[in-house]
Design a protein around this ligand. Structure first.
Ligand SMILES: [Zn+2]
Length: 95
């Protein structure tokens, strides 16, 4: 599904969730039943820096896919380091 925008001359921009590639050239406005023509705009990808994009994506995903929490917020546990099964890793320099 993708969000498409249509412009009604009376009511302004209307958004509709439709299957990708299935948006019609115009849509009947749900408010006034006039035809609303499709608007073309840049997709909301690659805007902002990577940190902003991750925060926005996580916020949007949390609306329908809440994250599983394993600890109380605010309590930070240091990551546990597991020894590697490969003995060659012991010869590598420490970070
Ligand atoms: Zn309208």
């Amino acid at each position: 599904m993708a969000t498409y925008e249509f412009l009604c001359p009376r009511d302004g921009v209307i958004t509709a969730r439709l299957p990708v590639g299935r948006a019609p050239a115009s849509l009947t406005c749900p408010e006034c039943d006039d035809p609303a023509r499709r608007l073309f705009s840049l997709p909301q990808v690659l805007t902002g820096d990577s940190r902003s994009r991750r925060i926005i994506a996580a916020t949007e995903a949390s609306a329908s896919e809440p994250a599983v929490v394993t600890a109380l917020p605010g309590r930070h546990r240091p990551p546990t380091r597991r020894p590697s099964a490969d003995p060659r890793t012991a010869k590598l320099p420490a970070p």
